[in-house]
Design a protein around this ligand. Structure first.
Ligand code: ATP
Ligand code: MG
Length: 383
């Protein structure tokens, strides 16, 4: 009797037609990267993927966090032999404390003489014969024993299934520059993009000395947590104080926030151009704060020279918080360090900025010079 990990990938990948091969290859590569340090063998049996390893639990925990994987289960591999299947199914039901069960068979290998229905019926009868106080319930069983017949036979139960993170293989869908602040939202936004296969790079605007080293460390910690799901993540820390000071000095107080946001966008785009990154991602959500009004988003997007993605745009804060707990960024995000936006907030920020007025105010600033100066002085951290 051998124990293996069955890896199931997102059904979406089946729908990729001619691209399916590419997706599968990428996913396999990504799984092998995540298993670095664990000894294992990759096995296929009629399109099913299995991992053979001594460290079943450790490997499951890593594989389930690979984007594109929707489920992992530890299964028993046995010979394609009805008696052996019966024994293993019996053992599975016995070791659970189920009062009701069902057998679900999938005979993918037509060389096996009995069909799925016959196998389920005979295995079920065998279990009933050998256990007292147990019944079949095909609709709502306490335990569902799954039998798959391929080159070998495999047996596992619904209780063995561990949910994977889903999504598409990392690196399949271009690249994005995530504006990563220390808050709750932006790490979630980055995670959601990465989960769809988009390669993640991060930029953080640091307002030394108004924001502390601790605030920067917090963002570094968040980038590190994100990198557990992705591959290597670059975090660009861009000095932002000069820009903010210049805006404070030369622009109207109620326009501070929107002009600052336009500078964040400009820097992100310029940096993306230099690094060959295709798009920008932010953690904004419509109506969440004064700067995230429709007008605010339109005016800040206006300076972008590439697509700006806001995966949280239509989510409630509670939904965003739920995801942040799930992905382990929440506890870090709520640590109480100031961010640059909270220090430079005007008393009455414009909630409906008008582009022409903002453009006029910005005439007082050397936008290009400020952006270049900031980028020339950035720090890079790699996680
Ligand atoms: P978050 O929880 O992600 O900080 P927020 O609700 O605090 O978001 P804002 O402070 O208005 O909202 O920021 C909106 C978005 O702008 C953030 O989600 C992030 O993408 C980006 N952003 C804000 N501040 C910074 C910063 N200091 N560095 C990088 N990006 C930032
Ligand atoms: Mg914030």
């Amino acid at each position: 009797m051998k124990r293996l990990i069955l890896v199931k990938y997102a059904p979406e990948i089946f729908l990729k037609g001619l691209n399916r091969n590419k997706f599968e290859q990428k996913l396999r590569t990504n799984i092998s990267k995540k298993l670095k340090g664990i000894e294992y063998k990759f096995i296929t049996d009629q399109n099913r993927w299995f991992i053979k390893t001594e460290d079943l639990e450790g490997a499951c925990e890593r594989i389930r966090r690979v984007f594109g994987v929707c489920e992992v289960s530890v299964v028993t591999e046995i010979d394609r032999d009805l008696d052996k299947i019966k024994e293993e199914a019996l053992r599975k039901v016995k070791e659970s404390d189920a009062k009701t069960f069902r057998i679900t068979t999938n005979r993918a290998n037509k060389k096996f003489s009995k069909n799925s229905m016959e196998v389920s019926r005979e295995v079920g009868a065998y279990v009933l014969q050998h256990l007292d106080k147990i019944e079949v319930d095909v609709h709502k069983p306490d335990i569902n024993v799954i039998v798959e017949i391929r080159e070998s036979a495999y047996v596992w139960t619904d209780k063995d299934k561990i949910k994977g993170v889903g999504g598409l293989p990392y690196g399949m869908n271009g690249s994005t520059m995530l504006m990563l602040s220390g808050g709750i939202d932006s790490p979630v936004a980055g995670y959601l993009m990465a989960r769809r296969g988009v390669e993640l790079h991060c930029v953080y605007y640091h307002s030394h000395p108004y924001t502390s080293e601790m605030a920067k460390d917090k963002v570094k910690d968040l980038a590190k947590i994100l990198s557990n799901y992705t591959e290597k993540v670059n975090l660009y820390v861009v000095p932002f104080t000069e820009i903010q000071m210049d805006i404070m000095e030369k622009c109207r107080e109620d326009e501070l926030t929107i002009i600052m946001r336009r500078f964040m966008m400009r820097v992100a785009c310029k940096l993306s151009e230099q690094k060959g990154i295709q798009s920008i991602t932010t953690g904004e959500s419509i109506g969440q704060v004064a700067s995230q009004t429709m007008e605010g988003l339109i005016v800040s997007t206006d300076v972008a020279d590439r697509p700006v993605f806001r995966p949280l745009i239509a989510m409630d804060k509670t939904e965003i918080m739920d995801i942040s707990r799930e992905i382990d960024t929440y506890e870090t995000s709520i640590l109480p360090y100031e961010d640059c936006c909270t220090i430079f907030v005007p008393k009455h920020p414009k909630t409906k900025p008008r582009l022409e007025e903002i453009l006029k105010s910005e005439e007082n600033l050397d936008c290009e010079g400020l952006v270049n100066e900031a980028i020339n002085n950035l720090e890079i951290f790699i996680f």
